[in-house]
Design a binder for this molecule. Structure first.
Ligand SMILES: [Zn+2]
Length: 293
């Protein structure tokens, strides 16, 4: 039984969606999880609110497709409601959060337009007040926003962690979309060999534009166990980086580049003594790349 699904960004490719609000496509993308009554959270990737790009083929026959305007024309007030401008992070997140099963959050306003910075407490059903782990979610930018985790996000993480986990007693797991440059340092050169574990290493790490201190902070917190990112569809490994594990998820959706078989990274948290197990489950049910982090 799955307790929580984490959408690690690039839920939709918003470029060139010819409607005023792309939330409809977001809803379609998350519908398999919603229909099964499984709770979920989401963070943003670089494609979710990417800027509109004019495809060259629109300038040849059959030409530019018609814009789909909102159905209710009575309140139509002009370009804002009927354009190619795309849908911003706040709009997408506000739609996600409307659903009952969503545990996603905007994150603090002072970090906007970096949306989706928040923490979830994982508790045992036997004693809910006591945290078993904290899951931190960060917006690593991209699309309408630079590809980075800013100094303000680092500050927010530090303050939050000191507030909820002052003695670093509770294990912490971190999720964002675009790998930090540390992933380049640990990336397997050719084959994936121990201590790394995974099954595909088919492209180079496409890291964030700059590093502003998030990795230093995480390395210095004894409670942080692992970081999970998406972004690179052709990579699914976990590698150690000092005392941290740096992991990729597995390309899960039907969109985006590459034709590698789809799968999902599974995490299992064992409470006592605490351990974090992970493996990849393919669409056909095959399981591989098991590891204890
Ligand atoms: Zn991406």
């Amino acid at each position: 039984m799955t307790d929580l699904v984490i959408y690690l960004g690039d839920v939709i490719t918003a470029n060139n969606i010819m409607i005023a609000n792309a939330s409809l496509y977001w809803d379609q993308a998350i519908s398999p999880v919603r229909n099964r009554g499984i709770p979920w959270v989401s963070v943003f990737g670089n494609h979710d609110d990417a800027a509109f790009e004019w495809p060259l083929e629109w300038f040849s026959p059959p030409g530019i497709p018609p814009i789909h305007c909102p159905q209710t024309t009575t309140s139509y007030s002009g370009d804002d409601e009927c354009s190619f401008k795309g849908t911003g992070r706040l709009e997408l997140m506000s739609n996600d959060m409307k659903h009952n099963g969503s545990f996603s959050s905007y994150g603090p306003r002072n970090l906007w337009p970096s949306v989706s910075n928040y923490v979830l407490q994982v508790s045992s059903p036997h004693y809910p007040p006591s945290p078993v782990a904290f899951l931190y979610f960060l917006d690593s930018g991209g699309g309408s926003y630079p590809e980075l985790i800013s100094n303000d996000q680092v500050k927010w993480f530090r303050q939050k962690a000191e507030e909820i986990n002052p003695d670093s007693r509770v294990p912490e797991i971190v999720f964002w979309h675009i790998p930090s440059t540390a992933y380049k340092v640990v990336a397997p050169k050719f084959d994936i060999r121990k201590p790394c574990v995974g099954s595909i290493n088919k492209e180079s790490v496409a890291a964030q534009e700059i590093e502003t201190g998030i990795m230093d902070l995480l390395l210095n917190r004894t409670s942080v166990k692992a970081i999970f990112v998406g972004h690179n569809h052709g990579l699914d490994w976990c590698c150690p980086y000092n005392k941290l594990w740096l992991c990729y998820a597995r390309h899960t959706g039907y969109g985006g580049y590459g034709d590698w078989p789809r799968g999902a990274r599974i995490l299992q948290i064992i409470q006592t003594p605490f351990s974090l197990h992970s493996w990849i489950r393919m669409e056909d049910g095959q399981v591989h790349s098991e590891i204890i982090l």
